[in-house]
Design a binder for this molecule. Structure first.
Ligand SMILES: Cc1cc2nc3c(=O)[nH]c(=O)nc-3n(C[C@H](O)[C@H](O)[C@H](O)COP(=O)(O)OP(=O)(O)OC[C@H]3O[C@@H](n4cnc5c(N)ncnc54)[C@H](O)[C@@H]3O)c2cc1C
Length: 205
């Protein structure tokens, strides 16, 4: 009987395709009932960083909100319960008269074939991406770059410290020393992003 390599082929394809899984959202929320209300609609309900629509006193958060992400200076809509939770809390602060608004590196996560995949930042705007590790092996990071700077990551099997560092690097739009350093899982993030590490130690000293 011929040897069946189907499992290996699926595994290899999984590694290749994992980075393709997270593009721009293609689902549009149903907001027809708001047409004619005067509230600006465009891929959901258009709101600013403070979740305010163009109509005073009307706010929108969660799946339906096409909000301004100040980090990437563009409008985005994120369909994930953690985003709805975060935005709801921030809007609650604003309604209670406190400071608040969207001020975070966006994150979402999902389960695929028993693996928890996490996405940080904005993976839709990349012009290059480099992977280290292997999703099949359960530990991997895909770095999404725009003009040589980090704008997002897709990852699996990373510890909390690594996840926090990745969020900081995205917030700083850090530039790696080069593609080889990103692809080499034996190098730490500090080694792969030496300028960001140096800048941080300057600000903390
Ligand atoms: C099939 C499916 C699977 C999902 N799986 C996951 C997952 O595994 N993990 C994850 O993080 N996210 C998942 N999501 C996304 C997650 O459910 C949403 O991101 C989250 O529920 C968004 O919360 P929300 O409050 O913005 O909207 P919703 O939870 O959709 O709440 C909106 C509410 O408004 C009500 N409503 C709508 N129109 C009107 C109206 N005209 N008048 C009055 N009330 C109205 C609706 O009935 C609903 O109760 C999934 C979504 C779907 C559809």
């Amino acid at each position: 009987m011929p040897e069946d390599h189907f499992g290996e082929r699926v595994a290899a394809r999984y590694d290749e395709s994992a980075a393709d899984m997270f593009g721009p959202a293609v689902v549009e929320p149903v907001v027809d009932f708001l047409r004619g209300s005067g509230i600006e609609l465009d891929n959901g309900v258009v709101v600013n960083q403070r979740f305010e629509t163009n109509v005073p006193g009307i706010y929108a958060v969660g799946d339906v909100a096409c909000f301004l992400d100040p980090l990437f200076e563009r409008r985005r809509r994120i369909e994930h319960w953690s985003n709805a939770n975060y935005q709801g809390s921030e809007a609650g602060k604003i309604l209670a008269g406190a400071d608040g608004g969207y001020d975070t590196v966006s994150t979402f996560f999902t389960e695929s074939f028993g693996l928890t995949l996490k996405v940080f930042g904005d993976t839709s705007r990349q012009d290059d991406r480099i992977a280290r590790g292997s999703f099949v092996q359960g530990e991997a990071i895909v770095f999404y770059l725009e003009q040589g700077r980090l704008v997002g990551t897709l990852l699996a099997g990373q510890d909390e410290d690594t996840e926090e560092k990745l969020e900081e690097l995205i917030r700083d739009r850090a530039a790696p020393s080069g593609p080889r350093a990103l692809a080499d899982a034996s190098l730490s993030l500090e080694e792969a992003f030496p300028h960001a590490a140096a800048a941080r130690s300057e600000t903390t000293s």
